[in-house]
Write a protein that binds this ligand. Structure first.
Ligand code: ADP
Ligand code: ZN
Length: 209
């Protein structure tokens, strides 16, 4: 299945092995709580069942729940490496890896686009999950660029906690400035277009039963 087109072997290290079959890029994008991590983990588990070699990476900034796993809000988990910069992913991907999963793509630098392209060019299936918009509703780089170059795109939706419609926005519920404020239900909630306001807003209150 694999072939060292570039004649790379142990005696001539540094030559990147290519497979005969092309790779591709899949992007899973949506708001917070929309199931991006769950969907990424589901795809990675299926690949492993099919005995494919899988490597997973997340950015150093996101060690909220674990240093060596990606973890969904529903507590699904999958082991992962942590990297500071996108270029480190290229250094860490092994020559025989079939599938590379990347979570929280929006927290990486713009090199992630070149890294994903390079891996796909080598024949790797690359799956990137990430927020497509920040808490003000602006496209969250580098996800928009990844969406442009990806072969396959999945848009996931949460449920608006105000009205129950499909939610496409991550509403910040604490008064903190800055595009990157790492948090979960303590700082964000899912909202639809109508219920979203592009700045920090009061958290939704639930009536006591
Ligand atoms: P993401 O990676 O997109 O932030 P996760 O995969 O980590 O999402 O978590 C999805 C899970 O979040 C759901 O299965 C559900 O258990 C939980 N969840 C919390 N709030 C919501 C909401 N408003 N709508 C849908 N799911 C929610
Ligand atoms: Zn709503």
């Amino acid at each position: 299945m694999e072939e060292f087109i570039a004649q790379g072997n142990d005696e001539h290290p540094g030559v990147i092995p290519h497979r005969t079959t092309p790779g591709w890029i899949e992007v899973i994008a949506g708001s917070m709580f929309s199931g991006k991590s769950e969907e990424l983990i589901r795809r990675l588990r299926r690949a492993k069942i099919a005995r494919q070699r899988v490597q997973v990476f997340k950015p150093l900034i996101d060690t909220r729940y674990s240093h060596d796993h990606i973890v969904s809000h529903s507590e699904m988990r999958h082991e992962s490496g942590v990297v500071e910069r996108a270029s480190e992913i290229l250094k860490q991907v092994r020559a025989d890896t079939d599938v590379v999963g990347i979570d929280e793509g929006q927290f990486f630098d713009n090199d992630l686009v070149a890294v994903a392209n390079e891996l796909a060019q080598r024949g790797v299936r690359v799956i990137v999950a990430g927020l497509d918009q920040d808490y003000t509703g602006k496209p969250f780089e580098p996800m928009p660029q990844l969406l442009a170059v990806a072969e396959y795109i999945t848009k996931t939706h949460a449920i608006c906690v105000r009205c129950g419609q499909p939610a496409n926005y991550s509403q910040r519920t604490v008064e903190v400035e800055g595009q990157v404020v790492v948090g979960a239900s303590d700082a964000y909630e899912a909202r639809c277009r109508r219920c979203f306001v592009p700045h920090a807003d009061e958290p939704t209150r639930y009536d006591e039963e």
